[in-house]
Design a protein around this ligand. Sequence first.
Ligand SMILES: C[S@@+](CC[C@H](N)C(=O)[O-])C[C@H]1O[C@@H](n2cnc3c(N)ncnc32)[C@H](O)[C@@H]1O
Length: 194
Amino acid sequence: MDERTDRVRGEWDRAAAFYDRQERLQRLLLGRTRARLSARARGSVLEVAVGTGHNLAYYPDGVELTGVDLSAGMLGRARERASRLGLRVDLVEGDAQALGFADAAFDTVVCAMSLCVIPGQRRALTEMRRVLREGGSLLLVDHIEYTRRPFRGRESRKPRPRRLPRAVAEEVGFTVLEHGRVGFGLVEYVVARR
Ligand SMILES: C[S@@+](CC[C@H](N)C(=O)[O-])C[C@H]1O[C@@H](n2cnc3c(N)ncnc32)[C@H](O)[C@@H]1O
């Protein structure tokens, strides 16, 4: 694991105790986006950077769910949530940039509010594509670079402006079927096919 990813892991281990405090605020920002996207998951599902499991309550019955995250602290919280909800979820420690799963192992890959903190966004999306079967679905929702007025100019002057998840997903070979903005234009959701 590279130094930057290791630093990110430490940051999220420290944040684990507090992260759920922003759940209500996130709900205001995202509205029903988590519920709507998660409802589209089918079959064998991998949630990348599952965190404390904010999406867990929204998956349809019958999916076989695996969650992976860099931070043992965040996963500990996700385990508690899964147990409160009475869900069976396989929660494993791992790096989105080098997923420890076989090619084409999943029908659906989900990633929420996390590409913006993963140092190698392109590597992570390439890995998501590798572990998805042909025709499988990618469901993303993430913070994005602010491309509307009045902050458009400020974003473009940043040394490392954030990339649009949709654009990077297309670059690595996904076909984007749907996308849109929520949360005052600060968050983008994407439905894509491998
Ligand atoms: C903002 S939280 C989002 C958590 C959850 N997906 C949600 O929607 O609430 C970001 C998560 O990404 C995880 N993360 C950061 N870099 C990662 C990586 N390289 N591989 C896997 N998980 C990573 C962090 O540990 C943290 O749990």
